[in-house]
Design a protein around this ligand. Sequence first.
Ligand code: ATP
Length: 259
Amino acid sequence: MDFLSLQEIHHTYFTKTSATTALSDISLEIGEGEFVSFLGPSGCGKTTLLSIIAGLLEPTAGAITLEGKDVQEASKNIGYMLQQDYLFPWKTIEENILLGFKIDGSLNDSNRDYALTLLEKMGLKGVEKQYPKQLSGGMRQRVALVRTLATEPKLLMLDEPFSALDYQTKLKLEDLVSNTLKSFGKTAILVTHDIGEAIAMSDRIFLFSSSPGQIHKTFIMPDELREATPFNARNHEAYSSIFQTVWKELESLEPANKH
Ligand SMILES: Nc1ncnc2c1ncn2[C@@H]1O[C@H](COP(=O)(O)OP(=O)(O)OP(=O)(O)O)[C@@H](O)[C@H]1O
């Protein structure tokens, strides 16, 4: 059984005067432990699709299941990492990472220890009593990842989580996130505009075309890149020819280049 399955998803936004079809005929399957990326031009429906997978938006048509269950039932098994870290500035790092447990009343010694161990694993031991503004952007994103992983989600949705970071921090964080998710065997979907990031981090890339959003092509990354860390994948000899291939496909989808 596939871990996540989308069957013929279609979504149209209706307003009083217009109808915009954001997604048309999206079918895909993602296996447990797989890391995939959604790549595509602006407006191709990536955010709409993530909202549908998260169970926040009901598609106009189509079915979606997580481990065979309707996604609405499964939505608490989904964690997010977004472009902004959304840490509460008036709460300490420890309070921020334990917030999910506090809200649903499940905080206990065992999940507190687990969250603090994750913080240590992310190289952040000692920041527990500090406030978000005392940390760098990269550190805050690591805290956001700890908060997400602490609740042990089965599926992670990463919506451009590195795009606000400087290049060096982004490369380091790509490696950290990739290694961490692999070691926990987590399934992840990354939304990104960065072709290199998609190639370096993914097992497969779904390239979307727009108006309406459709899967234009699927790229399967070769084993030598999948087995490498994102940093090493970017420096691998196979990387540049894949980059060229994906780049050309993406270029052909830009409105000015459509014939
Ligand atoms: N609430 C809404 N009401 C009407 N149309 C919408 C709404 N949200 C999105 N759309 C339209 O649906 C299409 C897909 O939008 P979506 O935000 O999902 O794309 P995206 O790929 O995430 O874009 P970007 O990469 O720029 O964030 C666009 O044409 C957009 O204008």
